[in-house]
Design a protein around this ligand. Structure first.
Ligand code: C5P
Length: 233
């Protein structure tokens, strides 16, 4: 469980991995974090928790201030890869397609994004942090040691999501998943507050033809180069 640190700790290394939904960045990010023994921040889970909590309280996802006020009083904890809201394990609930969609709707609101900044900074703990999201390298950790923008074509991402749902025995239509992804991409890229964009100093990693383990190795190699360059300065 993450215990709150008293202040922002800029010297602790951060690897920021941003990219669109279903690009595989979550799996890559977790494996890189494991390989390095780093903490892991799944920032998308925070927006999903807010979507879930506001839905439970009948708060309109379009109401920016009500959504942000609700988020401010939530107790969100991560424990052994489980997500706890006010002590209850809601890991499965927030992974639904509906909460993914809801997360992208609440995430457009600047007051909500501002309300979640300090919580995200508290994950920066020794020996380092792997931060996964949409604005990790651009807004939350602009001084990240390594920034990666991990992506894949919409069709490949839709196909991966479709296979994932079939694997969980959930009914799914490839066409609906593709349409949902396109809608979420457009919302994430088009919003005025912290839109999904590649940071100027990020490395682009296209995974259409790259396995998860190859992507992990590419990130680890780039990180090692950063460390080597730093120690030679
Ligand atoms: O990564 P995940 O699919 O769980 O994210 C759900 C939604 O949360 C995204 O579609 C995006 O709108 C939002 N999000 C965000 N900023 C982040 C992480 C996620 O706006 N750093």
């Amino acid at each position: 469980m993450i215990t709150p640190a008293s202040s922002f700790q800029p010297l602790i290394p951060v690897i920021a991995i941003d990219g669109p939904s279903a690009s595989g960045k979550g799996t890559v990010a977790q494996r890189v974090a494991e390989a390095l023994g780093f903490h892991y921040l799944d920032s998308g889970a925070l927006y999903r928790v807010v979507a879930f909590a506001t839905y439970q309280r009948n708060i309109d996802w379009h109401d920016a201030n009500a959504v942000a006020e609700c988020a401010k009083i939530l107790q969100i904890n991560f424990k052994n890869e489980r997500v706890l809201l006010n002590g209850s394990d809601i890991s499965n609930e927030i992974r639904s397609e509906a909460m993914g969609k809801g997360a992208s709707q609440v995430a457009v609101h600047a007051p909500l994004r501002a309300a979640l900044v300090a919580l995200q900074h508290r994950f920066r703990q020794p020996p380092g942090l792997l931060a996964d999201g949409r604005d990790m390298g651009t807004v939350i950790f602009p001084d990240a040691m390594l920034k990666v923008f991990l992506t894949a074509s919409t069709e490949v991402r839709a196909q991966r999501r479709y296979q994932q749902l079939l694997g969980k025995n959930e009914s799914a239509s490839y066409e609906n998943i593709l349409a949902d992804l396109q809608e979420r991409d457009a919302r994430d890229k088009g919003r005025s507050s912290a839109p999904l964009v590649m940071a100027d100093d990020a490395i682009l990693l296209e995974t259409d033809n790259l396995s998860i383990s190859d992507a992990v190795n590419v990130v680890l190699t780039h990180f090692q180069h950063k460390i080597n360059n730093k120690s030679h300065k």
